[in-house]
Design a protein around this ligand. Structure first.
Ligand SMILES: Cc1cc2nc3c(=O)[nH]c(=O)nc-3n(C[C@H](O)[C@H](O)[C@H](O)COP(=O)(O)OP(=O)(O)OC[C@H]3O[C@@H](n4cnc5c(N)ncnc54)[C@H](O)[C@@H]3O)c2cc1C
Length: 430
């Protein structure tokens, strides 16, 4: 059978085994060829894809909840949405959450995901107290911050072993609502000024119109906010509407993206507007539409996400947005975020600066455009996010991640290279 990640590209035939018990996993570990762990397939590219896949999603029990301290221990296949369903009503929330709650705890650790509050709380690994992992010899190791296995596994894209359980710390909340402010800007300089002016807000994210040109290049809607304090914790997951089939690929073109961008920007009031919105609306707007990846058609799509150091973010983004807008290859989703200090993990993506994420449907000429964008990213000492990637070259990847040699050495020394591999790890030679 074939299995793909969220971008629906590439699609290759693979053999799938499900993680059901530790004993079975131990046997699988000694008998299998190389394989890669697969969580809930919300990574966009080929980091969870190989000819052999170990499905971890069914390994999904809650093990312990220390309600006083907000420490939760669970198996790695538990979804963040399952966690929210049981902890929000008790006054707890995830310290760090990405823009979808439909990912596993194992996937959150392996990609060391970040959210709208990286500038304040850092990556997911910051809230990981400890985790257990099965290594290639079938041994189970428990590790904590500071251990080399922790540094290599958080952000290590499943290439050090199979994460089995984790204890994560949660944050106290006193409402299921967020007080959100939306700031409308007319160009890139205003966008950067608005981010900096609101950087004390715990959460911030901007939607950029990536087809805007000239004096409007970089215009955006910046959403910032924090939890309200009204004592209402009666959270219920929003029901979702699903896209029933793949759209024809011609449905998404420069014109439809332009029309969407125009409407989305135009309907927001000028200046600053305020709203009180629920957790799902603020953190997970895309989860409201099941299978939204189908709008890109059967050839699939990819997300291009890069980050640039803060001092060159403005110049680099200007160059990249100009190139995209000239290419006419539009993206509905163009998300700009502010990031705080880098952590010590070998392959975690965030550095202090700004990142932009753009979705593009797979079509002729796309990879050539992305190669050109890579050159600009490398020129400004930036890097590409592995969990979104499906095509970056070894050279571009290496130049962005100065700790890559330590990671490679660690994998080699511990015989991990023979057992844990994805299409991506082979392509970028890690
Ligand atoms: C709508 C949407 C919004 C998103 N927003 C963000 C965002 O804001 N910030 C962000 O950082 N990411 C974001 N992502 C990406 C997503 O959070 C990551 O790709 C995440 O890792 C997916 O987790 P998963 O459980 O689906 O894992 P998969 O996609 O199945 O796997 C991802 C990686 O984790 C590894 N892995 C999974 N489980 C295990 C395990 N048990 N042991 C070892 N390795 C394992 C896989 O081998 C693979 O390398 C978004 C994705 C979507 C679809």
């Amino acid at each position: 059978m074939s299995l793909t990640s969220w971008g629906m590209y590439p699609r290759i035939k693979n053999k799938k085994t499900s993680l059901k018990s530790l004993q079975k996993l131990k046997e699988y570990m000694s008998q299998s060829n190389e394989f890669i762990s697969f969580g809930n397939g919300r990574s966009y590219g080929d980091s969870a894809i190989n000819e052999e896949i170990l499905h971890v999603r069914q390994y999904n029990h809650f093990l312990e909840f220390d309600e006083e301290r907000g420490h939760l221990t669970c198996q790695a296949g538990v979804l963040l949405s399952d966690i929210l369903d049981s902890v929000v009503k008790r006054g707890w929330f995830l310290k760090v959450t990405p823009g979808t709650k439909l990912i596993t705890v194992g996937g959150a650790i392996a990609s060391d995901v970040h959210g709208k509050n990286h500038h304040i709380e850092g990556c997911f690994s910051e809230c990981v107290e400890e985790f257990s992992i099965m290594l290639e010899d079938g041994e189970i190791s428990t590790c904590k911050k500071g251990d080399e296995l922790f540094l290599a596994t958080c952000g290590g894209m499943g290439l050090t072993g199979v994460i089995l359980t984790a204890t994560i710390s949660l944050k106290r909340i006193n409402s299921q609502y967020i007080r959100q402010k939306t700031i409308k800007t007319s160009n890139l300089q205003e966008t950067f000024d608005a981010f900096e002016a609101h950087s004390e807000q715990p959460y911030s994210v901007a939607w950029i119109d990536c087809l805007a040109k000239d004096e409007n290049l970089g215009k955006c809607l910046l959403m910032v906010g924090d939890f309200a304090d009204d004592g209402d914790l009666n959270y219920k997951s929003k029901k979702k509407f699903s896209i029933p089939f793949n759209f024809p690929s011609f449905a998404l073109n420069t014109l439809s993206v332009k029309a969407f961008n125009w409407l989305y920007y135009a309907k927001a009031p000028n200046g600053v507007s305020k709203q009180k919105v629920g957790i799902d609306t603020f953190f997970y707007p895309l989860d409201a539409i099941g299978n939204w990846n189908r709008i890109y058609g059967k050839n699939g799509f990819t997300q291009y996400q890069f980050i640039l150091p803060k001092d060159v973010s403005y110049d680099g983004l200007k160059e990249i947005l100009t190139k995209i807008s000239e290419s006419g290859k539009g993206s509905f989703l163009a998300v700009l975020k502010l990031y705080g200090e880098e952590n010590e993990n070998y392959l975690s993506f965030p550095i202090e600066g700004y990142s932009l994420a753009l979705d593009f449907k797979i079509e002729d000429g796309l990879f050539e455009l992305l190669d050109e964008l890579d050159e600009i990213v490398v020129k400004y000492d930036g890097r590409i996010y592995l969990t979104k990637d499906v095509r970056v070259s070894e050279d571009t990847f290496e130049r962005g991640y100065p700790q890559i040699d330590k990671f490679r050495e660690y994998r080699k020394k511990n015989n991990m290279r023979e057992k844990f591999n994805s299409l991506q790890s082979k392509r970028v030679n890690i």
